[in-house]
Design a binder for this molecule. Structure first.
Ligand code: ZN
Ligand code: ZN
Length: 582
């Protein structure tokens, strides 16, 4: 019993007594249990000194090994008794091996062993509530620790050796299910509340986590683990409170329709995937630096430009026409005084400034994708399962970047959009993406095991209009060449589903806009079209000819050199009997 490192967090007396009684009654078998438990505890201590990765839970499960009693066996004269004795031994063996795996940091193995012990315990008529609760609690700890380990693993480590495993959020949900069963089974056991609090914390359900810790402190107000858990939740909730002004305005009628960020009537309301509503401008400004909901701290990957919640906007403007008009005038005035974003060629209005400024997005590190290019991906790493799930709840976009030399991310990458997403039964995702726009990387940081990039859109350099041959002429040639290629692909590759899929996914090729008056503006618009044409053609070419030059094409800021590459490739394909490898 003295193996328990924290008395206040240990099992209740009833369980200890049962374990002690079992130790005395079961003779040789009981003697087996105790030293093993001590051995585990000793190893845990030495590992902790070396640097614990999951300090909250590691020692606890080891301590639990002494807590759950193995039912004392009879002499074995009766068949049924022998059978149940064998099962009890099996159960104890799985549980001990589970504790051992846990203390070595092999949490998935520990969870499996606890599951096996649980199967036996559920079948056994002798296993009481304390046995079940302890096993549920231990398995909850194993799931939670695995989720934490996945989230804390540096992105850089995963880039050199990828893991295969479940989404950390899914694991946290499993941890919560088990913790809830442990609480139900033994409502006076503080550790069960501590497990539940941690699982809810990992699920980003902070208010419920707070409730769980408080419920546990209701049982034992002195419990250290619960106090620490509560403090951790309070820190997150305080961060939310500091961005959100909680005071109430004088006008009670408007309370519900008030933005928690500016405390004014909601203007152009936007709603986050977590269900919170803010003014569009307030939301865009509040997510400049982070990617968490200002109100509940849920991680969001939805960019800064959320669509306006139209029904709510029209309800507000009809219910409070004067106030809404006043808000509109205020916003217009402050938008006019705000400096306009400078990045990108077309950042002329407030809207495009929000879109073209520095944005934050999650990054999938694999290889480069060109704008317009389609790609199918199999998502199996735990960190990316989490990232894709968050992206699907948000704007379905993320960055795809490639690792350069010196293990550094290449500075140019592509924002892609998920066009198809099939979650597989084992928790993997099969997704299809299409390249949307090029980004220049400013900096990266880690979030739950994957990378977050701060980046801004990248465009080609505007070419002077006295270069010969004119860029537009090159565009006409490439346009004609690619049209011929499409026709050939449709006839030759008409029966090839790959070719049809590629053309379908990429959509129609860009065409020049309506002719407008001459001038710098028209020249700019023409080059924007030519840049799009060069990428569309290049994307088609790399997909049908498997050319390994994606990154060079992506990185270049010369529309001309990209069009020249396209022209050369089109000419080469034209002279080949088989027009494509596909
Ligand atoms: Zn607001
Ligand atoms: Zn929220």
């Amino acid at each position: 019993m003295d193996a328990s490192p924290r008395a206040s967090d240990g099992p209740p007396d009833a369980v200890r007594d049962a374990a002690a009684a079992q130790g005395a009654a079961a003779g040789g078998h009981g003697a087996d249990v105790a030293p093993a438990a001590e051995g585990v505890a000793a190893r845990v201590d030495s590992e902790q000194a070396a640097g614990p990765t999951v300090p909250e839970t590691r020692d606890d499960a080891a301590a639990d090994s002494s807590a759950a009693p193995t039912p004392a066996a009879g002499d074995g004269h009766l068949g049924a008794a022998a059978q149940s004795s064998r099962e009890a031994c099996e159960l104890a063996k799985h549980r001990e091996h589970g504790n051992d795996a846990f203390s070595r940091g092999r949490f998935d193995e520990a969870a499996n062993l606890y599951s096996r012990a649980l199967q036996l315990a559920i079948m056994s008529p002798e296993a009481d509530r304390s046995v079940l609760s302890t096993l549920y609690s231990n398995r909850s700890a194993a799931f939670a620790s695995l989720a934490q380990a996945y989230r804390n693993r540096p992105a850089e480590t995963s880039e050199s050796s990828a893991l295969y495993g479940m989404d950390p959020m899914h694991l946290a949900q499993l941890a919560l299910n088990d913790a809830a069963k442990a609480v139900d089974g033994m409502p006076q056991w503080t550790k069960a509340y501590s497990r539940k609090g941690l699982a809810l914390f990992l699920l980003e359900r902070y208010s419920e986590a707070e409730e769980a810790y408080l419920a546990g402190l209701g049982v034992d107000p002195t419990c250290k683990a619960l106090q620490e858990g509560l403090a951790q939740v309070a820190k997150v909730l305080d961060a939310a409170k500091s961005t959100v002004k909680r005071q109430r305005s004088v006008n009670r009628n408007l309370d519900e329709l008030e933005c928690t960020l500016c405390l004014r009537l909601l203007y152009e309301p936007v709603t986050t995937p977590c269900g919170h509503t803010f003014c569009r401008g307030c939301y865009a400004r509040s997510t400049d630096a982070g990617n968490k909901c200002p109100l509940c701290r849920t991680v969001l990957h939805c960019g800064r430009a959320l669509p306006i919640t139209v029904t709510l906007a029209s309800l507000i403007s009809r219910a409070f026409p004067a106030e809404y008009q006043e808000r509109k005038e205020e916003e217009d005035a402050s938008a006019a005084s705000r400096p306009v974003g400078t990045a990108g060629r077309t950042s002329s209005s407030q809207d495009t400034a929000a879109i073209n400024g520095v944005v934050t997005m999650p990054v999938f590190v694999m290889n480069s994708v060109l704008p317009f290019e389609c790609m199918a991906l199999n998502i199996f790493e735990p960190r990316y399962r989490l990232m894709i799930r968050r992206a699907m709840e948000g704007n379905r976009r993320f960055g795809m970047a490639q690792m350069g030399r010196n293990r550094q991310l290449e500075s140019v990458f592509t924002e892609v959009e998920i066009t198809e997403c099939s979650p597989l039964p084992d928790g993997r995702y099969h997704i299809e993406v299409i390249g949307r726009r090029r980004m220049r990387l400013r900096s990266t940081s880690d979030l739950d095991g994957y990378r977050i990039a701060q980046a801004e859109p990248l465009s080609d350099e505007l070419e002077a209009d006295d270069v010969t041959p004119p860029l537009s002429l090159l565009g006409v040639e490439v346009g004609a060449g690619v049209d011929t290629l499409i026709t050939r692909l449709r006839t030759v590759g008409g029966t090839n589903p790959g070719v049809r899929e590629v053309l379908q996914c990429m959509g129609p090729r860009p065409v020049p806009g309506a002719a407008e008056a001459d001038g710098a503006d028209a020249r700019e618009r023409t080059q924007t079209y030519l840049e799009r044409l060069s990428f569309w053609t290049a994307a088609l070419l790399v997909q049908v000819s498997r050319a390994a030059v994606r990154f060079e094409l992506l990185q270049s800021t010369s529309t001309r050199s990209r069009l020249l590459w396209c022209k050369e490739q089109l000419g080469r394909l034209d002279n080949t009997e088989r027009c494509c490898i596909m």
